[in-house]
Ligand binder design. Structure first.
Ligand code: G3I
Length: 377
């Protein structure tokens, strides 16, 4: 997911976007959405979590670093009051963006740092939100002590087991869904046998062990495979389907499959998302959309056109509708709700405006598309 050359975050304001969007034409898919970008409202009927059907979780990533090349601002979650207010009001599910990843929560071999993750879980409980834990076995954002350490196979296995037991155990009963294994297949549906330290050093069965250890540490948590590029029926999602069938047949505690859904208007909407989620649901799994954002190529001004915002709203609406249409897809998370802290401009040169709110929390057509779709559901 990392582009060759990171760039500075592009900044544009609600005022500019509002000017561009004021006369936005209505699209059939977002027919009831308000087209203009407007300031945040506190009204209860304007809240995603209130509009959501019973038992449906509408979530966001909780911003945690990695958004700008130079982070000349304090941590959003602890310092941005407006951000926190909207986070609590709009969502009934939260996912730590970086705060539960290995490099954050396990910075030294014999030291865990739970401060940031604890703060999010506490916040979630105060705001009656569930938490999606992210993530336990991944090839990225591992600490140097792990990636560059000189460990025997037995030691590595013990390190992973200790990590999963400690982290999952600490939050037992407080995490609704865990992304146990993240991005274990490449685009061709082959296991990442080189990049992923665990699979490389310990073989594919370590994935099975990870699910079993997580289940022992928190029998209530739903345990997921999570990946990008698996929105459609394709080689990668086929690989997950085959693996999950195999693991279920062996009695491995796998409960869910989730599509991250980092979409771009460059590549079109994955029109078979619903069909794809359904085939995992047919195995008895929960499904989820876990990291939705919709980036676009920004014009030189940095301000998206009306047509771009309309197209983006359509993608958001269709992704949500696909999840709502599938039994067992009860969790729908966007990867951040404001462009102020979006990871996209740092990773994709020339692209941005990927979230549902501007940098100063103005609501884009995409926000209204989600709200009206939830209200109709
Ligand atoms: O830890 C350093 C910190 O010391 C330094 O001050 C700061 C300065 O920029 O950088 C920090 O590391 C950053 C890290 O986020 C934590 O803040 C990295 O540079 C940055 O690359 C990293 O980006 C994250 C990215 O995962 C890395 O893979 C993004 O914020 C995060 O949104 C993104 O999330 C992933 C999901 O976990 C999995 N699916 C794809 C998704 C998007 O890539």
């Amino acid at each position: 997911m990392r582009p060759a050359r990171p760039i500075r975050s592009l900044r544009f304001t609600t005022v500019a976007l509002a000017t561009a969007a004021l006369t936005l034409p209505l699209l059939s898919g977002v027919a009831t959405a308000e087209p203009s970008v407007e300031r945040h409202s506190n009204a209860k009927h304007d809240r995603l979590r209130v509009a959501a059907p019973d038992g449906f979780f509408v979530g966001t990533a909780v911003a945690g670093g990695g958004h700008h090349l130079e982070q000349d601002y304090p941590d959003p979650f602890t310092h941005d009051k407006k951000y926190r207010k909207i986070l609590g009001q709009q969502f009934n599910s939260v996912s730590p963006e970086n705060q539960m990843k290995w490099e954050a929560i396990h910075p030294e071999r014999d030291r865990y740092d739970f401060a940031a993750a604890d703060a999010i879980v506490d916040f979630a409980e105060r705001h009656r939100q569930v938490v999606r834990g992210h993530t336990l076995l991944w090839h990225s954002q591992n600490p140097a002590w792990l990636e560059q350490g000189d460990f025997s196979k037995d030691e590595l296995r013990a390190i992973l087991r200790d990590h999963i037991t400690t982290v999952v155990g600490r939050y037992a009963g407080r995490i609704q869904q865990w992304d146990v294994a993240n991005e274990i297949f490449d685009g061709e549906g082959k296991l990442r046998t080189q990049e992923n330290i665990w699979i490389r050093e310990l073989g594919p069965d370590i994935v099975t062990d990870a699910f079993r250890w997580a289940h022992e540490a928190d029998p209530e948590a739903q345990l997921f495979f999570n990946d990008y590029g698996v929105e459609s029926v394709n080689a990668k999602s086929d690989a997950y389907l085959a693996l999950v069938k195999d693991l279920l047949a062996q009695g491995v505690p796998v409960h869910g499959f989730s599509a991250q859904a980092h979409l771009s208007t460059r590549y079109g909407f994955p029109g078979d998302l619903e069909q794809n989620l359904r085939r995992f649901g047919a195995l008895g799994l929960e499904t989820a959309v876990t990291e939705l954002d919709v980036r676009m190529d920004l014009p030189e001004s940095g301000v998206p056109t009306r047509a771009q915002l309309t197209q983006q709203a359509d993608y958001y609406q269709r992704a949500l509708s696909a999840c709502l249409a599938v039994d067992g897809c009860n969790s729908f998370t966007i990867w951040g709700f404001t462009d102020k802290y979006s990871w996209v401009p740092v990773f994709f040169e020339g692209e941005g405006s990927a979230t549902v709110m501007t940098e100063d929390f103005g609501r884009k057509p995409a926000f209204h598309a989600l709200l009206s779709t939830l209200k109709r559901a």
